[in-house]
Design a protein around this ligand. Structure first.
Ligand SMILES: Nc1ncnc2c1ncn2[C@@H]1O[C@H](COP(=O)(O)OP(=O)(O)OP(=O)(O)O)[C@@H](O)[C@H]1O
Length: 626
């Protein structure tokens, strides 16, 4: 160790600099969270030490008990948070406190810059250590990696980077292992030196930290200010809703209320305690490509991993802890992957979570609606992925339909029309656009309910063969539909009328005009008032899925089928052998594209054609329809 502190100066990664800029010019009222973040880091460091010491007991051979200590110093205007955890060496200080490795940081930062409710967003992202710059204008971190001789000091005043230097002997001596973080508080943050303020914040955010948190007042002995119990190990009967809320906030680092809490102990072939929560708001990274879960694995109260795949990807929004009594403590990360005990736990807990969601949906539909609004699109991934639980997940799903909002398939099944044997849906970009889609006309005329699906994931899960209660799910933009046996609500409307044109002749003319643009032209069962629509082959992909895949360059769009309404005057005009038959045929095709949210291949030619027809003041045969 040297007392010669030649500091090396390093810049922050661009994202950190941007984040710090936001922190320093903070507009957030919730500055309290800085302490929660530092305590949470200290607790992680103690967890990691305990974990590493399983393989390397020397690390904790000194017998020092794990703890976190908070030391306010009014004279110096500093607040210190000290832990005797794993610590950081020089490189770790540089890497961990100079960069943000998390994916999605850039998009988060731009949202943070725009958002009014910054604190809520910070909670979702967990800016962690950097939150301390909301209250401090200078931060000094002194750390000794457990087992190492060297102690390093990291110093920064925000903005233009940090200095890293060997700690002076005087600074190094008191740190046997772990990290000391000294915040030089800004003038307007001096309140954080008050004992009652510190106690209040720890009580609110960090009471469930498993390690003792001690407060060392300027006068008197240090005393513990949290309850330091593994709450999930305590019996349910001892715990209040408030306890659970606090536990959720401290385990998940969240600000919202849990919408669902699941706490139980499994006994039998395996024993483990489970404490899981469903948040009531959506985190920012829900749709990040790496779909990691947030359930922490403990073994006999020792933290093992927070990415152990304890639940399937479609339940990745669930937060909490699973604490096993049977797994070996020295289980390695590689072993976690295929451990048969964990596979069993995963299966059982997944079943419990889904069961709990089911019963919540029945007993507290409004609370369930919150979860569904935030995470429905994620849960629906499971319909596609989890074959075994497909029917259960379908039953859990809620839909916007032509009959109302938040409808379940059970409700749908209860309101089937006479002779209706299928469950119908339509996939598209927006509810408004779907509602005006001509493919709904014939279903509407019969009062048949149709699910209107607008989440991107809907195009995928619907491509699996699905049925609910023995009724197949069927797309209204794919294959044939036959509503023939379902009576019309008002049998004077629409499709009981006699076709105005000769079907075979009309279709031949249109086919000739459209050539390669379509794979077929057919008379439609779907339409009552509109002239035409486009559908996909029954056996192929739905048009919405094709469009989505084509946008991502993952597959070519196949040719659609043009369906025409034989009772429509435009169609009749084609059959009338008018000179305009070709233009009218193209128009039927292009209209249908536009109604599906697509652009005609040649918009200029389309506009031109339309203008020509309007100018000619084409006399239409039959009555005017919509
Ligand atoms: N007291 C500490 N002891 C040891 N390492 C620490 C300590 N504080 C921070 N670190 C290291 O610095 C890293 C960055 O901390 P930071 O709080 O910014 O993010 P995080 O803890 O990884 O994420 P989050 O705050 O979202 O949980 C941590 O992952 C950890 O490796």
């Amino acid at each position: 160790m040297t007392t010669d502190t030649i500091a090396e100066h390093k810049p922050f990664q661009a994202e950190v600099a941007e984040l710090l800029n936001l922190m320093v010019h903070s507009v957030y009222s919730e500055t309290d969270i800085f302490l929660r973040e530092l305590i949470s880091n200290a607790s992680d460091a103690l967890d990691r030490l305990r974990y590493e010491a399983i393989a390397n007991p020397d690390l904790t051979a000194d017998g020092e008990l794990p703890k976190i200590r908070i030391v306010p110093d009014k004279k110096a205007g500093t607040l210190a948070v000290i832990d005797n955890g794993i610590g950081m060496d020089r490189q770790e200080l540089i890497d961990n406190l100079g960069t943000i490795a998390r994916s999605g940081t850039k998009s988060f930062l731009s949202r943070l810059t725009e958002a009014k409710d910054g604190a809520g967003l910070i909670g979702q992202f967990g800016v962690g250590f950097y939150a301390a710059f909301m209250v401090a204008d200078r931060i000094v971190v002194t750390s000794r990696r457990a087992g190492a001789a060297e102690v390093w000091t990291w110093t920064s005043s925000g903005g233009n980077g940090f200095d890293i230097a060997p700690a002076t002997d005087e600074d190094a001596k008191p740190i046997t292992r772990g990290t000391e973080i000294v915040l030089h508080l800004k003038p307007d943050a001096q309140k954080y030196l008050e004992v009652y303020e510190i106690e209040r914040i720890v009580g609110a955010y960090s009471d469930n930290i498993q390690f003792p948190i001690e407060l060392k007042p300027e006068e008197g002995e240090p005393r513990q200010i949290n309850s330091a119990s593994a709450l999930w190990q305590r019996p349910k009967s001892e715990l209040t809703a408030e306890d659970y809320k606090q536990a959720y906030r401290s385990i998940a680092g969240a600000f919202d209320e849990p919408a669902m809490t699941l706490h139980y102990r499994a006994e039998g072939r395996q024993s483990y305690a489970v404490l899981l929560f469903a948040p009531s708001t959506k985190p920012f990274d829900l749709f990040e490509p790496n779909r990691k879960g947030h359930v922490k694995l403990y073994v006999r109260r020792v933290f093992i991993a927070d990415d152990a795949d304890l639940l399937p990807g479609y339940l990745r929004f669930i937060r909490g802890v699973i604490d096993s009594e049977d797994l070996p403590l020295n289980i390695s990360r590689e072993m976690l992957q295929n451990n048969p005990q964990l596979v069993q736990i995963r299966k059982a807990v997944t079943g419990r979570v889904i069961g709990e969601l089911e019963s919540l949906s029945e007993k507290e539909p409004e609370t369930f609606a919150k979860i569904w609004d935030a995470f429905g699109p994620v849960i629906k991934e499971g319909i596609w992925e989890d074959f075994e639980r497909r029917e259960k997940l379908l039953a859990l799903s809620r839909f916007s339909t032509t009959a109302g909002e938040k409808r379940s398939l059970k409700q749908y099944a209860e309101s089937l029309k006479p002779n209706q044997t299928e469950i119908y849906y339509l996939v598209g970009d927006s509810i408004e656009r779907l509602k005006s889609n001509p493919k709904l006309e014939s279903a509407n005329a019969r009062g048949i309910e149709v699910l209107l699906l607008t989440d991107p994931v809907d195009a995928f899960w619907t491509s699996a063969p699905l049925d609910f209660g023995g009724k197949p799910l069927k797309s209204l933009s794919q294959g044939d539909v036959d509503f023939g046996l379902v009576p019309l609500l008002d049998d004077k409307v629409g499709d009981n009328e006699k076709p105005a044109a000769d079907e075979a002749a009309t279709i031949a003319v249109i086919k000739d005009a459209l050539g390669e643009r379509v794979s077929d032209v057919r008379a439609s069962q779907r339409l009552t008032t509109s002239a035409s629509c486009l559908v996909a082959e029954g056996a192929g992909r739905d048009r919405a899925l094709e469009r989505l895949l084509a946008q991502q360059n993952r597959g070519a769009v196949t040719k659609p089928i043009l369906e025409i309404n034989m009772r429509h005057p435009l169609v009749a005009a084609i059959a009338g052998g008018k000179d305009e038959a070709r233009d009218l045929s193209l128009l039927l095709f292009e209209q249908a594209q536009i109604l599906d949210g697509e652009l005609p291949e040649d918009p200029a030619a389309f506009a031109n054609r339309l203008n020509q027809l309007v100018l000619r003041g084409l006399p239409l045969k039959g009555g005017e329809t919509g």
